[in-house]
Structures are given as C-alpha cells and as structure tokens.
Write a protein that binds this ligand. Structure first.
Ligand code: ADP
Ligand code: MG
Length: 241
C-alpha cells in the first residue's frame, strides 16, 4: 500500500533520517518505535508531505505521492502527536468533522451532518461534547475528535503519532479497542508511532525500530518479543518485564 525508499531528511545540515526503507502492506497495522528525538514524527510528516525530504520517495500503491493533491491528502491521514495542535481552535468538534466530509465530498451532502455526529459518537464524543471547541475539551477528547476527523476522510493509510501518550490508562485502553473496531470494520493500513512498546504489542502485526536515522530492525511481533537482536529492541523488550 505504501512504500518508503531511501528517505533522507536533515534539519540545518543535521541528518535526522538517513535512508529509511519501510513498507506497509494493505490492511496491516505496523508499529514504529524509537527514542524521543529519533525522528519518528519527522518520518510521519514526510510521509504526508508536511515536511519535504531531501531525497528518497514515498509510493502509494506504486504511485509517487503528489503531496498537494486533494486525493492524496484524503488517502493518507496523519494524526499529530499533540492533539490540540491537530485541531482548529475556532471549530467545534462537529464542525471539524463536517469540514472534512464537505472538503472531500464524502457521502451525500444532506447526510453529512448526521454522519459527522455518528462518527463522533463512535469515538465517545457525545452530542453535547461535539458542540465544544478544542479549549473546552480535554486532551484525550481532542485526540478522539482528531481521530474521528481522520477516519471521516475514509483514508487508505492512517499514521497515528503517539496516539496514546497524552491519554490516561483507561482512555488508552478504550482508544485501542476503538482502533481495533475501526480496523475490523474497514481494514485500512495503519502506522502507529510510539516510544512505548506495550500498545504496539497489542495492536501491531509488525514492529520497526528507528535508531540513528535508520530502520534498525523490523520484525513480526512474536519474533520481536523472542528474538530481537538490535540492542535498542532488546532494551524495549526487557523493559516490559
Ligand atoms: P521523535 O518524534 O522521534 O521524538 P522528531 O521527529 O520530533 O523526533 O525530531 C527529530 C529531530 O529533528 C529532533 O532533534 C528535533 O529537534 C528535530 N526537528 C524536528 N522537526 C524539526 C523542524 N521542523 N526544524 C528543525 N528541527 C526539527
Ligand atoms: Mg514525535
């Protein structure tokens, strides 16, 4: 579904990504783990064209991504690490989702209002909450509004940047269950970026480790637990016990 080849990205001559190769198969949930500051968010943003890589390419179903294109913007959705950053401060939760449905002309015009409400409800944003703007919602609620908006676009690929880090444990669990339900209903391709292995083990089929600007190791979940060989991967596994 999505192939990243030899992607290089530097900021002010400081290399962050030094030749990233990563493939996401259709319908697969893949985890990307790495230290804080290792370039995970930069990679996620390069994948949707929010950052421009110096070299390398990103292919969506074999076609080079043209980032300005509306269709690409719809098909690959990136969820910001900071949920508040993800949302417009001037739009209510309902207007946020509705804007996406209108912008991408999803469904019939007369049904969009109701559809937006249903989507938000599915993410635990009640009718009352859906009238609120981001500053009147908690971080976790903003996160779920941003997720509802991303799903509203009916993307093929969803990139979730640290989707659990601003959530308490109970909300983390319900968000994971929600993602599982979404994936079961419509098996879209998901990349979950995280600095924590536990949620990735629950959700992902495969785990890739980003270290020193490269994918240091990439293994199916069970092999990752039993036979990871890279020092950083092993440190993550040991830290679980
Ligand atoms: P991670 O998400 O793994 O914590 P980031 O991708 O946010 O890491 O950052 C990787 C490195 O790139 C950090 O050193 C960060 O300071 C730097 N960086 C990220 N975005 C920018 C930017 N827009 N301009 C300059 N430096 C940046
Ligand atoms: Mg980050």
């Amino acid at each position: 579904m999505l192939t990243i080849s030899n992607l290089h990205k530097s900021f002010h001559d400081q290399p962050v990504l030094r030749g990233i190769d990563l493939k996401l198969e259709a319908g697969e949930i893949v985890g990307l783990i790495g230290r804080s500051g290792s370039g995970k968010s930069t990679l996620g943003r390069c994948m949707v064209g929010l950052e421009t890589a110096q070299s390398g390419e990103v292919l969506l179903q074999g076609q080079k991504i043209v980032f300005g294109q509306v269709e690409t913007r719809r098909r690959v959705q990136y969820l910001w690490q900071d949920p508040v950053q993800a949302l417009s401060p001037f739009l209510s939760a309902h207007a946020t989702v509705l804007e996406t449905l209108n912008g991408f002309r999803i469904g019939d015009k007369q049904d969009r209002n109701e559809h937006a409400g249903k989507l938000l409800d599915g993410f635990g944003i009640t009718k009352e909450l859906s009238t609120r703007r981001p500053h009147m919602l908690s971080g976790g609620q903003c996160q779920r509004v941003a997720m509802a908006r991303a799903v509203a676009a009916q993307p093929d690929v969803l990139i979730l940047d640290e989707p659990f880090s601003s959530l308490d444990l109970v909300t983390q669990l319900s968000t994971m269950q929600l993602l599982e339900r979404i994936h079961a209903t419509r098996p879209l391709t998901i990349l979950i970026i995280s600095h924590d292995l536990a949620p990735l083990l629950r959700l992902c089929k495969r785990i890739a480790v980003l270290d020193q600007g490269r994918i240091a190791e990439e293994l199916p979940k069970d092999d990752f637990l039993k036979g990871a060989s890279h020092a950083l991967s092993r440190a993550y596994v040991e830290q679980l016990q």
